[in-house]
Design a protein around this ligand. Structure first.
Ligand code: SF4
Length: 138
């Protein structure tokens, strides 16, 4: 899965915007192997163990779709990892969807909401499919 390097991670634009995307809903880790490498030294964890260990990391499982997917905790103001200087995750750790989002300068002209775009290979359906395949591997 390749990020469109020239388009995503536009720090000056994100700084001006203040992270409207992060104030809405956090991004997800699309790739289970990447997620496990970041947080569990690559060790595969079954669902019950994942459920037990995520809260200590400030993470939760989104389960409404029927496929559990790890995500940053959401607070009333949005993602719990958004602080005054931006995302508190390093680029290495940051959710795949957050890294893939393509900023749109037109967002700054709007009073609310975001026009930033997620490439289709990083959408929710792909994420669900990858995590479903992962859970079924146990
Ligand atoms: S993890 Fe970081 S980039 Fe992603 S929504 Fe939270 S603060 Fe924003």
């Amino acid at each position: 899965m390749q990020l469109q390097k020239r388009e995503s991670l536009n720090y000056p634009l994100c700084r001006k915007c203040g992270g409207r995307c992060c104030q809405g809903s956090p991004g997800l880790w699309i790739d289970p192997q990447r997620f496990l490498a970041i947080f569990f030294a690559g060790k595969p964890l079954p669902l019950e163990q994942m459920r037990e260990r995520l809260p200590a990391l400030g993470l939760v499982l989104w389960e409404k779709s029927g496929v559990p997917m790890p995500a940053p905790l959401t607070l009333v103001n949005g993602c719990a990892f958004l602080d005054k200087d931006g995302c508190s995750f390093s680029v290495f750790e940051r959710p795949c969807q957050c890294l893939a989002l393509i900023p749109d300068v037109e967002t700054l002209a709007q009073s609310e909401g975001s026009l930033c775009r997620l490439p289709k290979e990083f959408n929710q359906e792909i994420c669900q499919q990858k995590w479903q395949d992962y859970w079924q591997s146990f």
